[in-house]
Write a protein that binds this ligand. Structure first.
Ligand SMILES: *Cc1c(COP(=O)(O)O)cnc(C)c1O
Length: 390
């Protein structure tokens, strides 16, 4: 299959149509070897030496993700965090980097903790504000701009094309955490990003049964080669079985994302309209949402399956009302993470702790692929019982 001649749905459904040449199997085998045979004349013509650096088990998932993102090459990692932190570890101590104030919490903690101690000059800004980005860029000194869009847990939207223009004018790379948008809705590389990152743990795999990360490069570069070397040396490589599961999960990415987007839009609209127990709905698809116009420009086919609701305070306040709502949910599972087939609800401030931008009355919702009316009915009863003190 020529990925340039077919739609993303066809790429995903057939995992690029690859066939195992030796057996004619249409599903790839699980490669588990940790080492590869050297040729008699002392060469390694297969290009593979040892499975910490490279593994044929990566090929199917890397190929599909690269084709969906329209990239030069994809590289799997043992987790989204391993992929994300590699982007910063490939820089040098003293380099200046910009990241959003509102972003995936664990990475923000790593940036302000480990990365800062290690010597990176980390500056957190309002990334959704183009003027704030331009004011913070230090031409020649800023090496990397990190964007997450829509960003956890407020779903803040950043204009990728504009951030790429600004970053490049200052000589910086633009890396986009596109975990929430997925390549089905947004293609950051086509908008000018240098690297796109995903927690493949989430939508790409989609079944909440593995932890994985991936980077995709727009083109080959010294930076990309440094990232390849880092993966091999630091050893944040994905296991063979997880790589195989990921290529399997990817085959239904388009169906899962479409279902989640449709249901999230229905849920957002339902609770946004003057609801008795919901003060505010945060969702990029709502016309009144601050980032809606930018989201319309760079998200195609939906606004994602993630939204947050702010619960109106009951007698004991908004935080108690939000926690009680989650406690009363029967269909929605109380758990962190996102992008699985099952819907999840989470009191985000409890997870993030001190310094979180998540209001205390906020519940983060990851919409799965159940029937949307069941999801709405369950939230309705959970909100009503929380209000009644039950
Ligand atoms: C989960 C997540 C990560 C981290 O991925 P892990 O696989 O959990 O390490 C990074 N960014 C976003 C937006 C995420 O949702």
């Amino acid at each position: 299959m020529d990925p340039k001649q077919v739609h993303p749905e066809s790429i995903a459904a057939q995992a690029l149509g690859q066939v195992d040449e030796r057996t004619r199997a249409i599903i790839p085998p699980i490669h588990v070897s940790s080492t590869y045979l050297r040729d008699p004349d002392n060469q390694y013509r297969s290009g593979r030496i040892y499975a910490r650096a490279d593994n044929p088990a990566f090929d199917a998932a890397e190929g599909v993700i690269n084709a969906l993102e329209g990239g030069h090459q994809a590289m799997l990692f043992a987790s989204g965090m391993a992929a994300a932190t590699a982007c910063f570890q490939a820089l040098a101590p003293g380099d200046h980097v910009l990241a959003p104030k509102v972003m995936y919490w664990s990475l923000r903690n790593w940036l302000t903790g480990f990365a800062t101690q290690w010597g990176l000059q980390v500056e957190l800004i309002d990334m959704a504000d183009p003027a704030a980005l331009r004011a913070a860029l230090k031409p020649g000194r800023t090496k990397l701009v990190w964007v997450e869009t829509p960003a956890n847990p407020l779903w803040t939207v950043t204009d990728i094309a504009d951030a790429a223009t600004a970053a490049h004018a200052a000589g910086a790379l633009l890396v986009v955490d596109s975990t929430v948008a997925t390549p089905m809705l947004t293609r950051p590389l086509a908008l000018g990003a240098d690297i796109v990152m995903h927690a493949a743990t989430k939508y790409l795999n989609g079944h909440s049964d593995l932890v994985a990360g991936v980077l995709v490069a727009r083109q080959d570069s010294a930076y990309w080669q440094a990232l390849r070397k880092l993966r091999a040396q630091l050893g944040g490589t994905l296991g063979s079985f997880e790589s195989w599961l990921l290529q399997r999960g990817l085959r239904t990415l388009h169906l899962r994302v479409r279902a989640a987007c449709d249901s999230a839009a229905r849920i957002a609209t339902h609770f946004a309209q003057g609801h008795a127990h919901v003060a505010e709905v945060l969702y990029p698809g709502l016309p009144g949402f601050p980032g809606h116009e930018v989201a319309k420009k760079q998200m195609h086919g939906g606004f994602g399956g993630m939204l947050s609701i702010r619960v109106k305070p009951g007698a004991a306040g908004g935080e108690a009302a939000a926690i009680a709502t989650a406690a009363n949910a029967r269909l929605w599972k109380r758990a962190t993470s996102l992008g699985g087939t099952e819907s999840l609800v989470e009191h985000r401030a409890s997870v993030e702790g001190a310094g979180t931008p998540a209001p205390a009355d906020l519940l983060r919702l990851s919409v799965g692929i159940e029937h949307v009316e069941d999801l709405i009915a369950d939230l309705e009863q959970a909100l009503a019982r929380a209000r009644a003190g039950g």
